[in-house]
Design a protein around this ligand. Structure first.
Ligand code: 2RA
Length: 350
């Protein structure tokens, strides 16, 4: 029999991408139930070409569900993923609520699919979009060369901060485009924009070295997620990771610059070959022809794109890379769908 799937948060930014992804991918599901807050209940959404009525989140909607995906804020997942699990569903959670819990696996199928079965609480976590935008490629390199250290700079898109982030950036861009005097005087965008939304400074005509909330010693929550989640996914609790997370005026697709150090020497051509053959990775790396990934080319695609692959001049064991990944697809909905599909096989086999 085909397993029953519930999507909690079906009407949100990630939920909407999830419905597209489920429509495009091979269908492994029987019934698909769409769940959202009572405010959105009764809406009709299309998935796999069928209209489905959205149901309000309640314990009984999980009865008979085999896999429940959660694309909702941390506090909603914290309360409801255990309820879904108690009613017999495997919860695949895209929030930050459980990612670092030792009894909840943090899974990227191309890197550690085997961890899916290691779920004593019936909950599996999906990593943060910034970690996900690099970890498939880093995991592939790690399998052969053994990673020792990562120094990461992110160039994160506005949609990482949700629909509000997208709306604020579009409004600010419209303002910037309508006034040709803006952009060359200190603070002129700050005075011109109506609201900053989820960002601490204007994003149009700007870059903002901040994502997430303030943690100890000046680190942001986003920077600590990159560090802690990379360690957990790669199974390297002592991996050295230093990240600086920056928001840029891009709607969707996170970019990252990574300086990665390995156990052994690594030539750029060998890295290019290895990454070119790795599942879920595309190499686009011919600067002489102007070929490298950019977020605007990558948006809407599934793979992690890698370019600008260079052996570090001062250390033959280190590589410098530029990576791009759609933060709403592989960074969120796609990885969740892939985890759910790994779980679905258990039901299909049963
Ligand atoms: C961001 N990584 O881009 C966050 C969203 N999960 O803000």
């Amino acid at each position: 029999r085909l397993p029953t799937l519930a999507i909690v948060g079906a009407t949100g930014a990630v939920g909407t991408v999830m419905l597209d992804i489920l429509t495009q991918r091979e269908n492994v599901w029987g019934e698909i139930r769409l769940i959202a807050s009572p405010r959105s209940a009764g809406k009709v959404l299309s998935v796999r070409g069928e209209d489905v009525v959205v149901q309000a989140l309640a314990p009984e909607v999980f009865d008979g569900v085999d896999v429940a995906m959660f694309d909702v804020p941390d506090e909603v997942s914290k309360e409801w993923a255990p309820i879904a699990a108690a009613r017999g569903a495997v919860a695949v959670d895209n929030s930050g609520a459980f990612r670092l819990d030792s009894d909840v696996p943090l899974v990227v199928p191309e890197v550690n699919a085997d961890q899916v079965r290691n779920r004593p609480r019936g909950i599996i976590s999906n990593p943060n979009c910034t970690t996900l935008s690099m970890i498939v490629a880093i995991g592939a390199l790690h399998r052969t060369y053994g990673v020792q250290e990562l120094v990461v700079s992110s160039y994160q898109a506005a949609s990482g901060a949700g629909q509000e982030g997208i709306d604020v950036l579009r409004d600010q861009m419209a303002k910037a485009a309508s006034d040709r005097t803006l952009g060359d005087k200190s603070g002129d965008m700050r005075s011109a924009v109506d609201e900053l939304g989820p960002f601490p400074a204007p994003l149009a005509y700007n870059v903002v070295p901040w994502a997430g909330s303030l943690k100890d010693d000046g680190w942001s929550s986003e920077e600590l997620k990159v560090r802690n989640e990379s360690r957990k996914i790669l199974g390297l609790p002592d991996l050295k990771v230093s990240a600086t997370c920056v928001r840029v005026p891009v709607i969707t697709t996170h970019s990252l610059v990574v300086h990665a150090t390995f156990d052994s020497e690594i030539a750029a051509d060998d890295a290019r070959k290895l990454l070119g053959a790795a599942e879920g990775v595309e190499v686009l790396d011919d600067p002489a022809k102007g070929e490298f990934p950019t977020p605007n080319d990558v948006v809407g695609t599934d793979p992690t794109w890698v370019g600008r692959i260079r052996q570090s001049i001062d250390d033959p064991k280190s590589l410098d890379l530029f990576l791009c990944g759609d933060n709403l697809r592989k960074g969120a909905a796609l990885n969740t769908a892939q985890i759910a599909e790994v779980v679905a096989k258990e039901f299909t086999r049963a």
